[in-house]
Write a protein that binds this ligand. Structure first.
Ligand code: IFM
Length: 443
């Protein structure tokens, strides 16, 4: 028999993000974000879908939180929509936007669920994009102004703060590969964006400390430590370059280590570092949030831009075509534990996309998702036993939702959303979590 055992104070949460679930795209004083614009660009998002309605959580948060409580969740990670709080990006505060999040937090607390707010999960106000967005240094001051408003308006209600979600996606997917908003494909812009995102994170922590608020603050990184496809010297070096380019450029500045030389060489562009920047990026954080879904294998590739490329593997894949590699979570968190000793960690996302459908009995029997979760949670218990300071786990996602460029075609939820009616139906994996949280996690 397998049994999962977690410390009593381990936090069990579930996560979403504003543009993916809220809807109310043109309500409550919200202005457009770069994702509204991107979704309108032909061919960028599957079938031109967008987050205008999404899961309508803006109007249904009470029902959603009630369901979280029934399942026993202790934390909800949601994100604050910058265009709802500061519609012009800076300047006038939209109290209606802040009120929405105040009510959401109060509802969570009514059910004894902790409020974990991510300050930025990709919905940059379009007005700020028009001035250069993440590629222009002005964005750092704009972010400082925005986060201050959030701390002042919500600081008494938020239990855990996350500055930025997945800098990798903002910078590489948004500015180098063009798969995400704003859709640029320019390495020079991507490198500028990396530096400004890192700086914005640091400024957000510095600004937070000045408020005297005490809830922990950290960042969420989707770190990748690809393994070398073979034992050859070339492939091993490829894996080191990949880790430097994909992960160390975000993690090392936070730890006061600056930018790794290997990444600077591979990118071939210098980071626009000004005096004092390294200190700001290294503002002390209270935890590191890690999002983990998969691990890839890489090998040397002299033709590729960064001299490495992904190699095929034997693993089963999810509906995102992401290989299922629980061992990769162990390798990744062990590495973070080594380079950032002692800093508490949370898994701020982990989950499985599947072609779910309502079965004849009216339920969703998502066995493959449960299998994936079991395997990854077993890794978590092993890591904790090995001394890794893992404090909690947020399942991605609470609801099926708008999966960015894939629109609504990828279902990550542990709760099914019937988009025609907005009906929520807990999948079997939701009941799996209910058992895990209640301490009946054996099979
Ligand atoms: O849906 C996303 C989320 O917004 C950020 N992390 C990865 C998830 C799955 O792709």
């Amino acid at each position: 028999m397998h049994r999962l055992e977690f410390p009593d104070d381990f936090l069990w949460g579930t996560a979403t993000a504003s543009y993916q679930v809220e809807g109310a795209g043109h309500e409550g004083g919200r202005t457009e974000s770069i994702w509204d614009t991107f979704a309108r660009m032909p061919g960028k998002v599957y079938a031109g879908e967008n987050g205008d309605l999404a899961c309508d959580q803006y109007h249904r948060y009470e029902e959603d939180i009630g369901l979280m409580a029934e399942l026993g969740f202790q934390g909800y990670r949601f994100s604050l929509a910058w265009p709802r709080i500061l519609p012009q990006g800076t300047g006038t505060v939209n109290e209606e936007g802040l009120d929405y999040y105040r009510n959401l937090c109060k509802e969570l607390h009514k059910h004894d669920i902790k409020a974990c707010a991510t300050l930025y999960h990709w919905d940059l106000p379009q007005g700020l994009q028009d001035k250069g967005g993440w590629t222009d240094r002005f964005i750092v001051d704009a972010f400082a102004e925005y986060v201050k408003v959030c701390y002042e308006g919500l600081g008494d209600l938020v239990d855990q703060w996350i500055t930025i979600n997945e800098p990798f996606c903002i910078t590489y997917l948004g500015h180098l590969w063009g798969h995400h908003a704003p859709g640029f494909t320019d390495i020079k812009l991507a490198v500028k964006a990396i530096h400004h995102v890192n700086l914005a994170h640091g400024i957000a922590v510095k600004t937070y400390r000045e408020t005297g608020l005490k809830a922990p603050i950290g960042i969420t990184l989707n770190l990748a430590t690809p393994r070398p496809a073979t034992n050859s010297k070339g492939d091993k070096q490829a894996a080191l370059i990949a880790r430097a380019v994909e992960s160390e450029v975000f993690l090392y500045p936070l730890l006061g280590k600056g930018y790794p030389e290997l990444a600077v060489q591979a990118l071939g562009v210098s980071f626009p570092v000004e005096p004092g920047d390294l200190e700001i990026m290294a503002e002390k954080i209270d935890f590191i949030g890690v999002n983990y879904y998969s691990e890839s294998a890489v090998g040397q590739d002299k033709e590729a831009v960064f001299k490495y490329s992904g190699k095929p593997t034997w693993h089963d894949t999810t509906d995102m075509s992401w290989p299922i590699v629980p061992g990769g979570l162990e390798r990744l968190l062990t590495w973070v534990h080594e380079v950032a000793p002692g800093i508490p960690m949370y898994i701020t996302e982990n989950g499985y996309a599947r072609q779910d459908h309502i079965e004849t009995d009216g339920r969703i029997h998502d066995r493959e998702r449960i299998e994936y979760l079991k395997q990854h949670l077993e890794v978590c218990t092993a890591l904790i036993k090995a001394g890794v300071n893992l404090k909690g786990y947020y399942a991605w996602s609470f609801l099926d939702n708008f999966e960015w460029a894939f629109g609504y075609t990828k279902r990550f939820g542990i709760v099914y959303v019937d988009y025609a009616t907005q009906k929520r139906i807990p999948k079997d994996s939701a009941y799996f979590f209910r058992d895990v949280i209640a301490g009946y996690a054996e099979w």
